[in-house]
Design a protein around this ligand. Structure first.
Ligand code: 5AD
Ligand code: SF4
Length: 444
């Protein structure tokens, strides 16, 4: 069976798509381009932008590229599938499976059943009470980095956010299952694991938790292999415990990098977002983190133009970004998500004002990012080599590779080793580009 997966959205979707791909491979599947595929999955996202429009565009493209073929089965999964359910069948006659966010584990079997029953459709959008344990694929992982899901859903109900509606309530996965998956990945050569969830540091604080706290989980995973690099996304500032902060000082292989969504700098806006922290608490947390790990690199998410945000309040966000000195940030204009509380707020900000604020914020971030990268020149660091770099030097007989340093920055480095993927190399940073670094190897 030839398959193709189109993935939109966050790392949660990337991880789900990887799991589906490996399960289809276990059933004899082979990844191909769309025109050659018999099974095509569209893993959708609804957190921002125009999700239905994106889905329709993808379905239109699939219909064109597979025109005249009767054997094509399209499955729509992810957050838009969860929200629209059976309505998606009317978008394209090729769609025969609509699978919500909590039913990923049943997708491979349902695809097999639908292929055996060509006149049937299936829509699975229920929520499970527990975290459905998917069989851990013990083989088939490629590359030195991996994402490992530790929880599903979110209980926070930030007023702008669709996730609690599309992914349901928070459910933690058993520590035992997480550790088994991490060990299997390490056995396959993985050197860099990112623990994934919508609110990772609330891990275990729900009905399906097994008593293991997030900080304990970090210790357990990090302890599997001292040469492993451990990271996590995404934590919520209000759930960062002193133990989570101390972990940066105490666990040597926990990477000195944290993506800590701030969303806004003004207290009134944070309150209306239901973020449950204020700017002073956020700043104090940043200071604590820098005390625990002075070199920690922080990045963030910022939402501009939230309903009612004044120019002064936006300037407070700019000020916070400066004070926190983020090495990078993702920033977005607010967009209405149907069903969320903020979508009922009346004081919406005009699109042109939102865009103007976004551009000013992004210009500031460019400066901060550039300064962070420039400050790295001359430093020694260790790069985990991932793949050949798109930046090749025609005048060199060495191949240029790219990988990440402990801070998650992309580093290009020319190497003699013909097969360096998955290995650590010591480099000295020689140059900063706009979004990445150039290194020269110290020892191979
Ligand atoms: N509009 C704009 N940005 C949003 N995000 C979440 N919901 C919205 C929305 N309605 C952003 C937040 C979040 C990131 C994943 O997406 O900044 O942290
Ligand atoms: Fe959405 Fe807030 Fe949950 Fe993040 S913490 S997924 S922004 S509701």
């Amino acid at each position: 069976m030839n398959y193709h997966i189109i993935t939109f959205g966050c790392q949660m979707n990337v991880a789900d798509s990887e799991w589906i791909a490996r399960s289809l491979q276990d059933m004899g599947g082979r990844e191909t381009s769309v025109p050659e595929a018999e099974v095509i999955l569209v893993n959708t996202c609804s957190v921002r932008e125009k999700p239905e429009h994106k889905l329709r565009t993808a379905l239109g493209r699939i219909a064109r590229e597979t025109e005249g073929r009767k054997d094509v089965l399209v499955a729509v999964t992810g957050c838009v599938a969860q929200q629209l359910g059976e309505n998606i069948f009317s978008c394209s006659p090729q769609v025969r499976l609509v699978a919500g966010t909590d039913t990923v584990a049943s997708i491979p079997a349902n695809i097999a059943w639908l292929r055996a029953n060509p006149d049937r459709h299936l829509c699975t959008t229920g929520f499970e009470k527990d975290m459905t344990e998917r069989p851990t694929p013990l083989t088939g992982h490629t590359g030195p980095t991996a994402l490992v899901n530790i929880m599903q859903g979110c209980d926070n109900f930030c007023t702008y956010c669709i996730v609690p509606f599309t992914r349901g309530r928070q459910k933690s996965r058993a520590a035992r299952a997480i550790l088994a998956e991490c060990q299997a990945l390490i056995d396959q050569g993985v050197k860099d694991i990112t623990l994934l969830g919508q609110n990772v540091n609330a891990y275990g604080k729900d009905k399906t938790g097994d008593g293991t706290s997030f900080a304990e989980l970090l210790r357990l995973v990090a302890g599997l292999d001292p040469s492993l690099r451990l990271r996590y996304v995404t934590p919520h500032p209000k759930d960062m415990t002193p133990e989570d902060v101390a972990a940066f000082a105490e666990i040597p292989n926990l990477c000195p990098r944290l993506h800590l969504p701030m969303q806004a700098g003004a207290d009134r806006v944070l309150k209306r977002m239901n973020r449950r922290y204020d700017s002073a608490t956020y700043l104090a947390l940043v200071e604590d983190l820098r005390r625990a790990r002075p070199d920690i690199a922080l990045s963030t998410d910022i939402l501009v133009g939230f309903p009612g945000e004044t120019e002064e309040e936006f300037l407070e966000t700019m000020d916070m970004v400066r004070r926190c000195n983020f090495m990078s940030s993702f920033s977005f204009c607010y967009s209405d998500r149907p069903g969320t509380r903020a979508s009922t707020f009346l004081d919406k900000i005009p699109q042109n004002v939102q865009l103007d604020r976004l551009q000013r914020l992004q210009a500031l971030q460019e400066d901060l990012s550039m300064a962070w990268l420039n400050a790295r020149t001359g430093c020694e660091t260790t790069v985990l080599v991932e793949e050949p770099s798109p930046r090749q030097d025609e005048n060199s007989d060495m191949v240029s590779w790219q990988g990440r340093d402990p801070y998650g920055a992309l580093v290009h480095v020319a190497l003699k080793d013909p097969n360096p993927a998955g290995k650590y190399v010591r480099v000295r940073i020689s140059h900063a580009f706009r979004h990445s670094l150039q290194g020269t190897v110290l020892a191979e």
